[in-house]
Write a protein that binds this ligand. Sequence first.
Ligand SMILES: Cc1cc2nc3c(=O)[nH]c(=O)nc-3n(C[C@H](O)[C@H](O)[C@H](O)COP(=O)(O)O)c2cc1C
Length: 323
Amino acid sequence: MLAPMVGLTHYAVRRGVQGFLPEGARVLWPTEMLNSRRIPSQHESETPEINFKDHEWGLCPQLLANDETFIRLSVKRLESWGASAIDINMGCPVEKALRHNYGVALMGDPKYAQEVVAHTVESATVPVSVKLRAGLESKDFDYLHGFVAGLIDAGASWVTIHPRTAEQKRKGVADWNLIRRLKARFREEGRPVEIIGNGDVQCFDDIEAMFQESDCDRVMVGRAMMAKPWLIRNEPEPDAETQGAWYGEFLLRVLSEMREHYSWDAGRRRMLFLIVWGKPWIEFGEYLQGRIQAARDYAEMEAAILKFFSQPQRILKRSSLRG
Ligand SMILES: Cc1cc2nc3c(=O)[nH]c(=O)nc-3n(C[C@H](O)[C@H](O)[C@H](O)COP(=O)(O)O)c2cc1C
């Protein structure tokens, strides 16, 4: 699965990744995190974040939410735009989320987090899930287990775990074993819980390793999917140069959707952001970024991409992933 990422998992990028999904395969697609205080007054496709034109692919929009009224209004609106499921963000560690008591802040208040899930489930006709972290500051296994149990009791259909603490942000290493322990504990209790594992997967071997080590039900990939959207296929990758050519095709597909649906300003910023997050795996990615940055309109951007990929390019198996 593709992970929800602000500035990245908007419509045009989703379309780009969807192009690599084998025919007939079905997964849920994330949006970026969407603010439940804003959604009720917005119209579909008003901005790239809420462009739902690919809703027939199975969209699972992600909500930043903590208030019953805004949850109810947002859920109704997201469903009318075609949501197939709704995910609640309990993992975002940025200062603003903490100040407004949503995102990972909810992990500090299990009862309140349960209420947020219960309100969402009551308002929704589609399944509700939660994406969360290992904890706030420390990894307290019993606390995490109790927290997840509470979410499931409140009606969550599954959870996605990015096993780092809020304090770690994206530093350190994602603790896949924590997911294994959680799966085992729930199984022992006779109530298996569906867990999607997330964190640090960079290539097909890592997908296999995460399934093995964490015992998770699905693997969700964020950053690496921006350079290797074909990871959505869950198949061994071809050689580095074939991947380079595929990456070029991906960028052109994203560009063509942007051209059709986004203003130049909105598309330009998002294409640059996509390259910035993908470049750790792209040989000469810095150069590509410079060429994209210099483009003054969509035609120049397309020309820059075509020129870069007129030479064979290589995609690296792993990068240092520190950021
Ligand atoms: C630029 C960026 C934006 C992100 N935005 C979100 C978000 O909106 N919602 C969310 O749940 N996680 C967000 N994340 C976290 C990712 O979904 C994921 O949990 C994290 O990057 C670890 O997975 P990875 O190692 O596969 O990238 C974001 C990550 C990045 C790099």
